[in-house]
Design a protein around this ligand. Structure first.
Ligand code: GRG
Ligand code: ZN
Length: 332
């Protein structure tokens, strides 16, 4: 193939080693009250932000440095009477933040703080007759991301049987496209983020045999650009977060070896900032906790040394998940 393709530029003299201490410092500075205020508190992303930060620290084996009491206050403050969690105090419950709250409390070994029946009630209330899920009550915004969030939340609480699992799976299969990918809703374009969510849903519910593994793996493997980075759709630029969405999807279906490991590792390492710490979407961009966690998680799946092993379905360490882990051995 010699077809011109949109790609990132790999800078001369790019970093080639992981800087774990820099990344731990970068993440921990968001744990300090004033920065938490500036970044996580002021945004509508607070609980998801905590999940990105905690999972980064867990991958780096630095969880004990997190300000546990502050984090627990923030999560408890985001809990609503309907059983769900909002982005932060005073925000309406949303399935995305409910999953993140459950993930954070699981990572902190504080599942005892979860009112399981209330969370189950909230999640159940979001399921529609066709099996799909809304993200929040009374808003028709069915999205396969929310199917995954619902399934993952209940799986982590060992309550999967509380929803119509066959219905979720049938809806997800309606979003399966001829090219092997999945979209946001039926007949919508394939996107790597949605593929991760749909494959995660099928894996968690033991339904992976419903797809053509080779066709899906081929769509995913074609996302690798000459720079080594992975993109989310044809004609898009590579971005470090797709080192998670694409690679984890391949890992779940046992085809991780269909992408070139060495150049992907180089791409992620080149996206680090050696002064401020953290990982960016691509080389020389500004770093943030979102791309830091998915860069680290991608490196962990690729077997990069010094990182805790990650579960490809839940993006949490296998150590944290224990018997809940789905982790499959990366195939040779
Ligand atoms: C347990 C890790 C975890 C997640 C929970 C919310 C969720 C489940 C998954 C999100 C999957 C998703 C849709 C990821 C894509 C995020 C993203 C970078 C979207 C931007 O997409 P485009 O195509 O832009 O508009 P790009 O940057 O690719 O050109
Ligand atoms: Zn990104």
């Amino acid at each position: 193939w010699n077809i011109a393709r949109r790609d990132a530029v790999m800078p001369v003299g790019a970093l080639t080693e992981l800087l774990p201490e820099k990344h731990a410092d970068f993440i921990l500075k968001y744990g300090k009250t004033e920065n938490l205020y500036e970044y996580v508190m002021s945004e509508h992303l607070r609980i998801s932000g905590l999940y990105w930060c905690l999972t980064s620290l867990d991958l780096l084996d630095k969880l004990e440095s997190a300000d546990m009491d502050l984090i627990i206050d923030v999560i408890n403050g985001a809990k609503n009477p309907d059983g769900g969690y909002g982005a932060s105090k005073g925000h309406v419950s949303h399935i995305l933040h409910t999953l993140c709250a459950v993930q954070c409390l699981t990572t902190l070994k504080r599942q005892d703080l979860i009112d399981v029946d209330a969370v189950v009630g909230f999640v159940k209330g979001l399921q529609q007759a066709d099996g799909s899920f809304y993200g929040l009550n009374e808003e028709a915004d069915n999205d396969t991301r929310f199917s995954f969030c619902a399934v993952a939340t209940l799986y982590l609480l060992k309550k999967l049987e509380e929803i119509d699992v066959e219905g979720v799976v049938n809806y997800v299969m309606q979003c399966y496209n001829f090219d092997g990918g999945f979209g946001t809703y039926p007949k919508s374009e394939s996107h790597a983020g949605q593929i991760y969510c749909c494959i995660g849903t099928l894996a968690t519910t033991n339904n992976l045999e419903r797809i053509d593994i080779n066709r899906t793996a081929r769509w995913l493997a074609e996302r690798q650009c000459p720079s080594g980075g992975l993109c989310g759709r044809p004609e898009k630029l590579p971005d470090v977060c797709y080192s998670w969405w694409v690679l984890a999807s391949l890992a779940i279906i046992g085809k991780q070896h269909w992408i070139d490991k060495e150049t992907l590792v180089k791409f992620i390492l080149a996206s680090q900032d050696d002064e401020l710490g953290g990982i960016a979407d691509r080389p020389e961009d500004e770093t943030d906790p979102f791309h830091t966690v998915f860069g680290l998680a991608g490196l962990s799946l690729l077997g990069y040394e010094g990182l805790q092993p990650i579960d490809p379905v839940f993006c949490m360490t296998t150590r944290t998940l224990g018997d809940l882990s789905f982790a499959t051995k990366p195939p040779e």
